[in-house]
Design a protein around this ligand. Structure first.
Ligand code: ME8
Length: 711
């Protein structure tokens, strides 16, 4: 068998966040699973560096696009290296190898007669780099909004572009999808794509002349204009340009292409399904190339229901910081390095605690079935950590390796029929089969469930056999058998967890005396090994996170200004997570400290009449935009029940994304004398909580109409 898995190539308008990490970690886990089975395996990731979105990001940063991409692309490679992602290749679309293959693909499509010159007119979302018809947009007043980015789309007015005859491939693509149930997974996304295609495929504009940051179309058009390629046609080609031979007469006949392309699995987020499951196969059909085996779509990670993204600063979580915060110094005793691919796992990677990386990987892959959306909360992450990692796995490893140290251990076949051993080996056999099935079916959460059934059974085995009593009673043979069985079960577990918890797998295998603990373990057979074994006590794996540790993690990740809008308040999250574990296992939890900010000096008392001079009213935010060149300011349009909304400039930009405020009811000082701020006349003030930085906005706890007086 052969396996080729790809991640989307990430736009370099952004630095990596937890959403990007999720995709890359899933892909890495699948690649590790297939490597374990001895299959020819390849994992590809990289960066998408052309297009309007990246050009605009460079303009904003005040540098050339080239400078911008050269600065941001390495941050992705660096993040994946630090997280121990074992990719075999990292492709950048500004590389020459890619440009050449894109040119070759274009020529094939030209030769097939599938391109013609015409004028494009319509809506375009720079966020998606995608074209939209009005039926697929949402509307706010007179403004059309992108359904993914919730931002206004731009009108492209009669641009001369090359059109790709996508309509021609509507029926062939439908036929292909019907005949290949494995092509789009999970099933719900397949149905979504089928429904979309059945509404009718239109020809697609695949070049642009209104900007230049892209791959030039090989020749000027017959009217003499030079075009750059539509960024999605450029970007999607990365999946084959990383396999092709760019300098060969037929780049697509390379040995890597022949070996891996028919087995390609494109793992993507649901936001880019249309591009992968419709556009890309149509391009390939036109170019006479085989289609990838599977387009595998996952859902979105959200924070309080908002998609984690660049445009929502309060939702951003840096995966490196999260892994570092979750890792326990000296805990797993590793350096964040394990074997795997070549492009992103390198010996020079600066160390991150491997246990922290693994804890993050576990949470992301266990918490949400692939394909579904998931809401990131500190509560659920700490609950998973303490229950599954500390209580179940960490506890088993700790107990078993403590018992095993220096003791003879050997499975005795004559004792294997004994009920407790028989039960453990039955659960072990099921775990191996179920885990294999689940990883093959791209269901890592089910694989982890299956493995944890064995982990829990292992703990029950220790409880039931009470090896310490056997030792005391001098029952050496029985003790050796129980310890041998435990060693065998733990060896299986260490192998099974490797795709998701590679660092912990290495730590456990080292404690169990494996010869090559840092290497890729072979996929295990279900039978318990009967060899005589020597093990040593493992460094503690996944020590419990008590309320104080939890709060420290939250504090490390969430800047105070963002806490009001971030994934759970620090103290609240820590307190809730501490309560989320059964009382018997809970540490002697100190009451979670209440969150405090340094109090400012109290002011002298005022008369009621003074207070009465302040006119406070309920306002509803109708629109919000950033004030150019002012980091802290937002310009709001606020309805106070008056004939026209007021303009208010508020210093809250560091705490709130503008779109998060639209619709919010706030308290406004309505009779504050107007002031001109950055050239904008501000007609009031919004009440907010916080000293140096804003922690939250004032509001009302009932649905009162705008303009209502607050006293
Ligand atoms: O779309 N939850 O790049 P991109 C889960 N360059 N996954 C998320 C996520 C979230 N909140 N946010 C991002 C592009 N992702 C194109 C791709 S491929 C030929 C070109 C992940 O930087 C998810 O995999 O916007 C999503 O598809 C990808 O990042 C989008 O990354």
């Amino acid at each position: 068998m052969t396996f080729y898995i790809t991640t989307p190539i990430y736009y370099v308008n952004d630095v990596p966040h937890l959403g990007h990490a999720y995709t890359t970690i899933c892909a890495d886990a699948f690649a590790r699973f297939h490597r374990m089975r001895g299959e020819a395996t390849r994992m590809l990731t990289g960066t998408d560096e052309h297009g309007q979105k990246v050009e605009e990001a460079a303009q904003k940063a005040g540098v050339s696009p080239r400078q911008h991409v050269d600065e941001v692309a390495p941050r992705f490679a660096h993040t994946w290296r630090r997280l121990g992602i074992a990719a075999d290749d990292f492709i950048r679309t500004t590389e020459a190898r890619h440009g050449k293959v894109v040119g070759a693909l274009w020529r094939r499509i030209v030769d097939h007669g599938d391109l013609y010159l015409a004028s494009y007119q319509g809506w375009y979302c720079v966020g998606c780099e995608g074209f939209y018809t009005e039926s697929t947009l949402t509307k706010d007043g007179d403004t059309w909004l992108c359904p993914t980015h919730k931002r206004p789309v731009a009108w492209v007015d009669k641009e001369r572009t090359w059109f790709f005859r996508m309509s021609k491939y509507q029926q062939p693509l439908l036929d292909y999808i019907e005949a290949h149930p494995e092509f789009i997974q999970p099933e719900a996304y397949r149905n979504e794509v089928l429904a979309f295609i059945k509404t009718g495929l239109r020809d697609l504009s695949v070049s642009r002349t209104s900007f230049s940051w892209g791959i030039p179309i090989p020749d000027p058009d017959p009217e003499g204009h030079q075009h750059v390629m539509y960024v999605w046609m450029d970007a999607l080609t990365n999946y084959i340009s990383a396999l092709a031979d760019p300098d060969a007469a037929d780049p697509f006949a390379s040995s890597l292409m022949t070996l891996f392309w028919p087995h390609a699995v494109h793992l993507i987020g649901k936001d880019i399904l249309r591009f992968h499951a419709v556009y890309w196969p149509c391009f390939l059909l036109s170019a006479g190339l085989p289609l990838p085996k599977t387009v595998l779509s996952h859902g979105w990670w959200t924070v309080r229901g908002e998609k984690i993204s660049k445009s929502m600063p309060a939702t951003r979580i840096d995966p490196i910081q999260l892994a570092r915060a979750l890792g326990t110094p000296g805990g797993a005793g590793d350096d964040g390095r394990v074997d795997g691919g070549a492009a992103t796992s390198s010996a020079d990677s600066p160390s991150l605690p491997g246990s922290g990386v693994d804890a993050m990987r576990y949470y992301l892959l266990r918490e949400v079935p692939l394909g579904n959306d998931g809401d990131f909360t500190f509560e659920s992450m700490f609950a998973r950590y303490n229950a599954d990692l500390a209580n179940d796995l960490g506890n088993l490893v700790n107990r078993a390796t403590t018992l095993l140290e220096g003791q003879p251990a050997r499975v005795r076949p004559e004792l294997c029929g004994e009920p407790r051993t028989a039960q453990l080996s039955r659960v072990a056999a099921e775990a191996v089969a179920d885990t294999e099935q689940a990883f093959t079916a791209f269901a890592p959460h089910r694989a982890l469930e299956a493995i944890w059934r064995l982990v829990r059974e292992g703990n029950r085995y220790v409880d039931a056999c009470e090896p310490w009593k056997l030792k005391k009673a001098g029952k050496a043979d029985e003790l050796a058998h129980v310890l041998g069985t435990l060693h065998a079960a733990l060896t299986l577990i260490a192998a099974l967890i490797y795709p998701v918890l590679p660092h912990s797998s290495a730590t456990i295998r080292a404690a169990l005396g494996a010869d090559d603990a840092q290497g890729v373990p072979a996929w295990p057979s279900a039978a318990f090994s009967q060899a005589e074994v020597a093990a040593h006590k493992s460094a503690p794996l996944f020590p419990r996170l008590d309320a104080a540790a939890q709060e420290a993690i939250v504090a490390a990740l969430v800047p105070p200004a963002a806490r009001a809008a971030a994934p759970g308040d620090a103290a609240e999250a820590a307190a809730q997570a501490a309560q989320a574990v059964p009382a018997a296992q809970a540490p002697p939890a100190p009451a979670a400290p209440a969150r405090v900010t340094a109090p400012s000096q109290p002011l002298p008392p005022i008369e009621f009449a003074d207070f009465g001079k302040v006119e406070l009213r309920v306002g509803q935010v109708k629109a919000a935009v950033a004030v150019p060149k002012a980091k802290k300011l937002l310009q709001l349009s606020v309805d106070l029940g008056e004939p026209a909304p007021r303009t208010i400039v508020a210093g809250i930009a560091e705490a709130f994304a503008p779109e998060a405020l639209v619709g919010k009811k706030v308290i406004v000082v309505a009779n504050l004398a107007p002031a001109t701020i950055r050239g904008i006349r501000s007609e009031g003030m919004i009440l907010a909580a916080g000293e140096d930085s804003i922690l939250g906005l004032s509001g009302v706890d009932a649905d009162v109409p705008p303009g209502t007086r607050v006293r």
